[in-house]
Design a protein around this ligand. Structure first.
Ligand code: AVJ
Length: 319
């Protein structure tokens, strides 16, 4: 039996249909919004990788530091035979964890990018003979249909990506994760933490302009996929800290009044000068909120690890 298997739970054209629906909904009512998942075509994924290396963007390094120092404890606490990783991408940081999970038999990366899944699996299998990889091409925010896997299971959701979900979406998502857990299984959750506003804003508005390019990339995606005629130069990059909600918002701000055609949707969209489109929410957490939201979803926070500077946290929760 091949140690690699890929299951496609995304219907063909599902992505296209979802993009059309999101753009139609997001740009035809005010205030305008676009969901952050459309940043990540090949170019956007490259730009995100560049972001993770920026001096201002601390979350990736902070989380890596925690994984490097705490993976033995995480492995001991979970004793996992199956590691399920939601939004696995390149599976880069996961390596530290895989190195310590000595009893691991099966790795289940879940991602919407087939190339990322194949690339990550190829690299891992070369290093870990005996490991099986069952990749799932799936949207982890949709209902997850997991293959039967040996327990105990560790479900990992790293990078702070949970912060991209709005509170009601997080509640639904955490409940669906809870439904995956049998007794003895655990969730490993990465969350960026509330901190000084200037540090947060700089992380989302770097001096090299990489985050601005990443933000505007969503317009290029809509141009290519839906035939639109956005000129990214017509929009400015905005990163703002919302102190009530405790989240960073990224927005695109029209530099002048303009009209954009989106032929595939039979749509013409007007922007007033200065009008903003919200393209991302990146929520920042405190331990109490993480504990409460896990609790509401039927999970209990068992461990809380942060980096040396207290910027980012990994939580281990059980059902
Ligand atoms: C991949 C969702 C964790 O919110 O910090 C980086 C995406 N946006 N810079 C984040 C992102 C702008 C990132 N996540």
């Amino acid at each position: 039996m091949s140690p690699f298997q890929l299951t496609r739970t995304l219907p063909e054209h599902a992505t296209e249909a979802a993009l059309r629906a999101d753009v139609l909904q997001g740009l035809t009512r005010g205030p305008k919004t676009l969901p952050p998942k459309w940043f990540y075509d090949a170019r956007g994924s490259e730009l995100f990788d560049e972001i993770t290396a920026l001096p201002e963007y601390y979350p990736t390094r902070a989380e890596r530091e925690i994984l490097l120092t705490r993976s033995p404890e995480i492995a001991a606490a979970s004793g996992a035979r199956t590691l399920i990783e939601l939004g696995s991408g390149s599976s880069d940081k996961t390596r530290h964890l895989l190195d310590e999970l000595t009893g691991l038999e099966l790795y289940v990366p879940v991602d919407v990018s087939e190339s990322a899944l194949r690339g990550a699996a190829g690299a891992l299998l070369a290093e870990r003979p005996g490991l099986r990889v069952h990749a799932l091409l799936a949207d982890f925010t949709a209902a997850l249909d997991l293959p039967a896997t040996p327990g105990p299971r560790l479900v990992a959701f790293l990078g702070g990506t949970i912060g991209n979900l709005l509170p009601p979406e997080r509640a639904v998502f955490l409940a669906s994760v809870r439904a995956l857990l049998a007794p003895g299984d655990a969730l490993l959750l990465g969350t960026d933490l509330v901190k000084d506003e200037s540090v947060l804003v700089r992380a989302y508005d770097d001096t090299a302009g990489v985050t601005a390019a990443f933000n505007k990339n969503v317009l290029s995606v809509i141009n290519r996929e839906l035939g639109a005629d956005f000129d990214p130069a017509d929009f400015g990059h905005v990163a703002r800290w919302d102190r009530e909600e405790e989240w960073i918002e990224m927005r695109l701000r029209a530099r002048r009044a303009l009209t954009v055609k989106i032929p595939e949707l039979d749509l013409v969209v007007h922007f007033a000068a200065g009008e903003e489109v919200r393209t991302e929410v990146s929520a920042k957490f405190r331990q109490e909120r993480v504990r409460t939201e896990l609790g509401c979803a039927g999970m209990e926070l068992r461990h809380w690890w942060t980096d040396g500077e207290g910027r980012f946290a990994l939580s281990l929760a059980t059902a």
